[in-house]
Design a protein around this ligand. Structure first.
Ligand code: ATP
Ligand code: MG
Length: 422
C-alpha cells in the first residue's frame, strides 16, 4: 500500500471540524482588525527565499524543498509566507492603495525537518503582515492580534516574549563585537557556527547544538547595544503594550530563525507542546520590501503554526454538521428517497451546516438504521409504502427515539423547528 510521505500528515474527516472552527474564527478575528486575505502560490522561485529568509539560515540551507523544474529553473515549495506576500505586494503595487496595507494568509508550508510532535514537513501557517508604517503602534497591533488568538482559544499558559534585534545602524558594530566574542570560544562551537562567526554571527543564537547554546549564554546581546532610535522604538512599543494591557516578558536571546527581522522580534509560547513550544512568532522587517526590489517600506507581521495552535488550544468547539439520513423501507423507494433528499437540500438554507444523505443500497431496515447510527444521524426519515401513498415521511428522532409522520411539504420547516428547539 502506498503511504503518505514522512512528516506530511493527512487531516482526516474526524478532525476537520476542529480545523474549520479555528480557520473561521481566525478569519473573523482578522476581519475585525481590518486585515484582508491574500493567497499566493505554493511554489516560488528559489531566489525569493534565499534573498529574503537568508542564505545562512537553517530554513534555506537545510530545510527547503528545492528542485529544478522542466524548464531548468530552480523553484522551491514555500517554507514560510512573508517572502511571498512581500513579492506580491511589490508585483501588484499594493502599497498604492493604502499607506498601511493589512494582509493575512493561511495555508501549507514545507520544511524538510525531522518530524516529531508539533513539527512536520508539511504544516499549516496562518500569518498577518502590516506593510507601510514604522510606528511602534503597528507592532503593538500585530502583537495584540497574536495575543487575542491566545486568549480566544485559551492556550495553556501562554507567554509572550519580546526583544529588539536592532537595525542596520546598531547591528553592524554589534555583530563585530559578537564575532570577536565567538572567535575566543571557537573550539566549543559546532562546525556550522564556526563558519557563522564571519558570515552571520547572530545565527549562533538559533543553533540547537547544546555546546553552542552554552557559549552563547555569555555572549554580548544586541538588546544591550541598540542605537537611540531602536531603543526608543522598543520603549514606545512596551508603553503601548502596557496601555493595551498585554502582558509580555523581555527575552534578550530571541533572534528568530530568519534574517529579515529588524527591531521588534517576538514569540508566543504555550504549554502542551513539549519542546516545540512556540505557537507563533514574528517581528518587524523594515528592509525586506526594498531588498525584494520594492520601494522602501517598513513592515511587521507574525506567523502561527495551526497544528501547534490545535494542540495547545483548550476551547475549540467541535461543530459537526447535523446529519439527516433518508431510509427507503423497500428497495423500490430508493429513487424516491434520493428525490426527497434533493428536495430537502434545495429547500434548506445553505448556511446551516445540515447534511442530508439518502441511504441507498442497504439490505434491510436494520442495516439502514445501523448505517445511520454510524453516521451519527440526528434524524432518520423513513420512506415506505404508506408514506409514498400519503406524500409524507416519517421523521425519527435518533436521540429521543420518538417518531412522527409529516407531510413532505412541511418537512423542512418541521426539521428546522426541531433543530432550533421551537
Ligand atoms: P521552531 O523554533 O519551532 O523551529 P521557527 O522559528 O522555525 O520555529 P517560524 O519560522 O517563525 O518558526 O514559524 C512560525 C510558526 O510556525 C512556529 O512558531 C510554529 O508554530 C510553526 N512552525 C514552524 N515550523 C514548523 C514545522 N516544521 N511544523 C509545524 N509547525 C511549524
Ligand atoms: Mg524551525
Amino acid at each position: 500500500m502506498i503511504q503518505s510521505l514522512k512528516g506530511m500528515p493527512d487531516i482526516l474527516p474526524k478532525d476537520i471540524h476542529r480545523w474549520h472552527e479555528v480557520e473561521s474564527t481566525l478569519k473573523n478575528l482578522f476581519t475585525l482588525y481590518s486585515y484582508e486575505e491574500i493567497r499566493t502560490p505554493l511554489l516560488e522561485s528559489t531566489d525569493l527565499f534565499s534573498r529574503s529568509v537568508g542564505t545562512g539560515t537553517d530554513i534555506v540551507e537545510k530545510e527547503m524543498y528545492t528542485f529544478v523544474d522542466r524548464n531548468g529553473d530552480s523553484i522551491s515549495l514555500r517554507p514560510e509566507g512573508t517572502a511571498s506576500v512581500v513579492r506580491a505586494y511589490n508585483q501588484h503595487h499594493l502599497g498604492h492603495s493604502a499607506s498601511l496595507v493589512r494582509l493575512y494568509y493561511m495555508g501549507p508550508m514545507f520544511r524538510h525537518e525531522r518530524p516529531q510532535k508539533g513539527r512536520y514537513r508539511q504544516f499549516f501557517q496562518v500569518g498577518i503582515e502590516a506593510l507601510g508604517k514604522s510606528n511602534s503602534e503597528v507592532d503593538a497591533e500585530v502583537i495584540n492580534i497574536l495575543y487575542d488568538i491566545g486568549l480566544h482559544f485559551k492556550l495553556e499558559s501562554p507567554i509572550l516574549q519580546i526583544n529588539s534585534v536592532g537595525d542596520y545602524v546598531c547591528r553592524t558594530p554589534y555583530q563585530n563585537l559578537l564575532s570577536q566574542f565567538l572567535v575566543t570560544h571557537q573550539e566549543a562551537l559546532c562546525e556550522t557556527c564556526q563558519k557563522r562567526i564571519t558570515t552571520n554571527p547572530m545565527r549562533v543564537f538559533d543553533c540547537k547544538n547544546s555546546t553552542c547554546q552554552e557559549v552563547i549564554l555569555a555572549a554580548p546581546l544586541i538588546f544591550d547595544h541598540l542605537c537611540k532610535d531602536c531603543l526608543s522604538h522598543f520603549e514606545i512599543l512596551t508603553k503601548q503594550l502596557d496601555l493595551l494591557k498585554i502582558p509580555y516578558v523581555l527575552n534578550k536571546q530571541i533572534v528568530r530563525g530568519l534574517d529579515y527581522y529588524t527591531r521588534t522580534a517576538f514569540e508566543m509560547t504555550a504549554g502542551g507542546l513539549g519542546s516545540q513550544n512556540a505557537v507563533g512568532a514574528g517581528g518587524r522587517y523594515d528592509l525586506l520590501v526594498e531588498q525584494c526590489g520594492g520601494e522602501p517600506t517598513p513592515a511587521v507581521g507574525f506567523a502561527l503554526g495551526m497544528e501547534r495552535l490545535l494542540l495547545s488550544a483548550t476551547n475549540i468547539s467541535d461543530h459537526k454538521p447535523i446529519q439527516i439520513c433518508i431510509l427507503p423501507l423497500q428497495g423500490e423507494y430508493e429513487s424516491k428517497a434520493s428525490l426527497l433528499a434533493q428536495k430537502l437540500r434545495s429547500e434548506l438554507p445553505k448556511d446551516r451546516q445540515i447534511s442530508i444523505a439518502s441511504l441507498v443500497g442497504t439490505k434491510s431496515i436494520k442495516a439502514g438504521m445501523r448505517q445511520a447510527n454510524k453516521m451519527s444521524a440526528r434524524y432518520v426519515i423513513l420512506l415506505g409504502e404508506n408514506e409514498v401513498k400519503n406524500k409524507s415521511a416519517t421523521l425519527k428522532n435518533m436521540t429521543t427515539h420518538g417518531q412522527q409522520e409529516i407531510e413532505q411539504t412541511k418537512l423542512v420547516s418541521f426539521i428546522l423547528g426541531e433543530i432550533d428547539g421551537k
